[in-house]
Write a protein that binds this ligand. Sequence first.
Ligand code: COA
Length: 193
Amino acid sequence: MTDAPFFAPAEHSLDDLTIRSYRPGDGLALQRAMASSYAHLRPWMSWALPDQSLEQSEAICRRFAAQYLLSTTFVLGIWRADDLIGGTGFHLRDGALATGNAEIGMWISAASAGQGLGTRVLAAMLAWGFTAWPWERLVWHCDTRNQASARVAEKNGLRHEGTLRANTFDVTGQRRDTHIFAILREEWAQQTP
Ligand SMILES: CC(C)(COP(=O)(O)OP(=O)(O)OC[C@H]1O[C@@H](n2cnc3c(N)ncnc32)[C@H](O)[C@@H]1OP(=O)(O)O)[C@@H](O)C(=O)NCCC(=O)NCCS
């Protein structure tokens, strides 16, 4: 552990995509992505709203930007040119930055899902996370019914560590089970040519 200030890397390139922190002015792109993907996201993402206004979207982007600069959580957009086609992030849900633990979250827009993008973006997040960031352990949580999400984790070599039973609630308010997947820095290094 160290008291040195942490300056988070701001962006990462992946072929034609850029994974970067949000900025003031991103609200319109976020509003568009939410409006076109609501039905796709809603079963799994409790924060998805059917009619998020431009002002709400802009406020969310500015909050994400502020949190990023303060190193309280690291929410990232996935951009293809000016289109926001998904989101990801390193979330401090399992201890402070100094623990080296972070949880990766992800959504891919309805128009871009099912084309291998989630798998590619998670691979990029592991590579970036274990090289430019201080992470030692990266975790992925998903509803046990979310087969696409579980496959994205498995295909990237994350180990299924267990299943929490009825530990949280789905978007309808029903209790649901959660798979925990994780990968350690040395495991990632071993599986990476
Ligand atoms: C989950 C999600 C991030 C996956 O990203 P994606 O780009 O759609 O996934 P990929 O195209 O890389 O596919 C990964 C695997 O999931 C499978 N898959 C994709 N959509 C699926 C679906 N609807 N049902 C079952 N499996 C599915 C693919 O076939 C592939 O597995 P395979 O290689 O064994 O065939 C994306 O679908 C999404 O944003 N879903 C809604 C939000 C969400 O669930 N986020 C994750 C919360 S933990």
